[in-house]
Design a protein around this ligand. Structure first.
Ligand code: CTP
Length: 411
């Protein structure tokens, strides 16, 4: 297919490298052409033979590993593609990228390219959370590199869990597709912007099979992500457990607890707009049990001791270099909706609060419609009842106008 989008896949040396085989397969199914470069370390985890069999192209590793006709130099590799995907991106590879190294074929290609680059990191959580890696990631994001993941969960090392798993293949494919849609041909009101949305409930474990949760369906958050995408933004949707169809072209990060959600939001920054539509659990069980709590005859019911969760919106909205230009919170109230929401605008340092009545009679939780009040330093605007999709579209259009205003003011 001559019009096929060409992806150059750079495979780093991590245990997750084997997932690249599935990624290549899925990309080929979708009509992409894929060529692969492997770092030396990657050879320990997956063979060039299997990668080459799937890409139908010779796999390259060495800087001086040109083909017989000396046709595929690193400059040509860097230019003869539409997108470069680095998966898995190890801490070492990202450090080299951030430092502008070019000592092997992978790093030389990355330094020479003028194409968009999508990075899918994978490493041990301690390495991901290390200040050196945090610095390198912030650096790479500021330089315009796109990221997908890492996901949060169990690691290959037994008993270790946290952020650091390679994003799942469908999530990487979504990010690849959104990189293409978000390209130069896109001219929506939010083109070139990064929007982060939190959505859904959180689940706070009591024991391995029980948890504390709430009735949030996640619909409003998913609609916000879809609306931002339609307006041309690159969107990261961070969602608690929900069963909703995934919006197209949006990078989804699935989390369970409030602590995981906060970490996922931090990892997704920087962003131009952050919308906090999640119904985050205010409390978690202080000491969740590792084994199922059993009832024993004659014993009284267990007592749950709760600890307050960090306020994600308030944490991210604090003034600082990482603060998104526009921070939008929601206020779920069952009484004195506007009065309570006004307090939240101040106490959480949000730019806007979208207040809604979630009392059972309103039918908002789980329903299709929403009636909201938009509260900002300019006052209160009450919108009539409309679908959650329409509310989302109006909020995102207004956000685009607000950001354009900020840009003009700064010029
Ligand atoms: N929020 C958050 N992290 C929390 C609690 C809330 O990010 N731990 C965000 C929500 O996503 C929402 C806003 O804060 O954008 C307000 O949430 P809401 O549940 O209405 O308010 P609370 O702060 O929980 O206050 P209360 O439950 O006392 O009304």
């Amino acid at each position: 297919m001559s019009s096929a989008k060409r992806i150059l896949l750079i495979i780093g040396g991590g245990i997750a490298a084997y997932k690249c085989l599935e990624l290549i397969r899925r990309l080929k199914d979708r009509g992409y052409s894929v060529r692969a470069v492997m770092t030396k370390a990657a050879h320990h985890f997956v063979t060039p033979l299997s990668v080459g069999a799937l890409t139908n192209e010779r796999v390259l590793t060495d800087l001086f590993d040109l083909d017989e006709e000396r046709e595929i130099g690193h400059i040509r590799l860097a230019r003869d593609c539409d997108l470069i995907v680095v998966a898995p991106a190890t801490a070492d590879l990202m450090a080299k990228m951030a430092g502008g190294h070019a000592g092997d074929l992978a790093t030389a290609v990355l330094l020479a390219t003028d194409k968009p680059v999508l990075i899918a990191p994978a490493m041990n959580p301690a390495m991901w959370l290390n200040p050196a890696t945090r610095r390198n990631v912030a650096h790479l994001k500021a330089d315009g590199f796109r990221f997908v993941g890492p996901a949060i969960g169990e690691m290959a090392e037994r008993g270790e869990a946290g952020p650091g798993r390679l994003a799942e293949v469908p999530q990487i494919i979504d990010a690849i597709e959104s990189a293409f849609v978000g390209g130069a041909e896109n001219s929506g009101a939010l083109a070139g912007r990064h929007v982060v949305v939190t959505s859904g409930p959180t689940h706070e474990p009591i024991d391995p099979i029980r948890y504390l949760a709430n009735k949030s369906s996640g619909k409003q958050g998913f609609e916000l992500a879809a609306a931002a995408r339609e307006l041309g933004a690159r969107v990261t949707l961070i969602t608690g457990p929900v069963s909703l169809p995934e919006p197209e072209g949006v990078a989804i990060v699935r989390v369970k607890t409030a602590a995981e959600m906060l970490e996922a939001v931090r990892s997704a920054l920087p962003a131009d707009i952050a919308v906090f539509a999640a119904a985050v659990a205010d409390w978690r069980v202080s000491a969740p049990q590792m084994e199922k709590i059993k009832k024993a005859e004659g014993q009284s019911a267990p007592t749950l001791t709760l600890t307050e969760n960090a306020d994600i919106l308030k944490t991210i909205a604090q003034p600082g270099p990482q603060r998104p230009s526009l921070v939008i919170g929601f206020a779920a109230e069952t009484q004195e909706v506007v009065a309570h929401a006004k307090k939240k605008l101040k106490s959480k340092h949000a730019d806007w609060i979208i207040a809604n009545d979630v009392s059972p009679s309103s039918g908002v939780m789980g329903g299709e419609n929403n009636t909201v009040h938009v509260i900002s330093s300019n006052g209160v605007e009450s919108w009539p009842e409309m679908s959650k999709a329409k509310v989302a579209r109006k909020i995102m259009e207004r956000a685009a106008t607000e950001l354009d205003g900020k840009r003009t003011a700064a010029e």
